[in-house]
Design a protein around this ligand. Sequence first.
Ligand code: FPP
Length: 244
Amino acid sequence: MNYDDLKIPTHVAMILDGNGRWAQERGMSRSMGHEAGFENLKRLSEYIFSKGIKVFSVYAFSTENFKRSKAEVDFLMNLFEKKFKEYADLLKKKNIRIVFSGKKEAPLPDGVIEITKEVEEETKDNNGGIFNICLNYGGHSEIVEATKKISSLVKEGKLAVEDITEENFYHYLFQDLPPIDFLIRTSGEVRISNFMLYQLSYAEMYFPKTYFPAFDTNCFDEAILAYNKRDRRFGGIQNDSKNS
Ligand code: FPP
């Protein structure tokens, strides 16, 4: 689809939901759903950046997801260890910077932590877009960690309490990204599940019933058309579309 005459959100975020149900409805194992989800994310992220979206955030694995069966967690971590570098190379060639939000520590396996650090380092100078992957991520934890960073700076005399603002608070979050304009959660669930709570304050939200592995580029086009029909007021009264 041609995006030329459309409002393009700067920051799109996605909760990748429904891999398990997609697979089960096809008589496949949940793991196959995750594999299909991974392949879909590859296609979709390339498409999204090709349309001029500057920041794309995805909820790949929450801190709570560690409560799943060991077999499912191991499968997802192995998938990442085996396949993520190749995926990152693809985005690297498109000048995309890859960053990870979340705690880079156990229970994430060492191999996964190492890859996240390598990829961040290898892509840090890219400026064609930012792909933010939330891994071992929780929204409350992000705000608490930011508060701790700020408190330490204040204690050390490096930051004045009066200088803490709503705008510069972003700087202390896991990654310093612009606010989210558009959130998509696939699979028909209508909740935020502790995802990017600070950044979502004025996001438009879209909840298609499609399971993530089936949410293809045509579904994304439909989502963008829906976004273009929204009247973003940011708490104001009139149509104020200064911020796409
Ligand atoms: C939610 O579906 C999906 C996840 C918990 C994992 C998402 C992961 C990927 C798409 C692949 C990994 C990608 C990276 C970059 C690591 P679900 O299992 O909750 O599905 P269900 O609600 O149908 O059970």
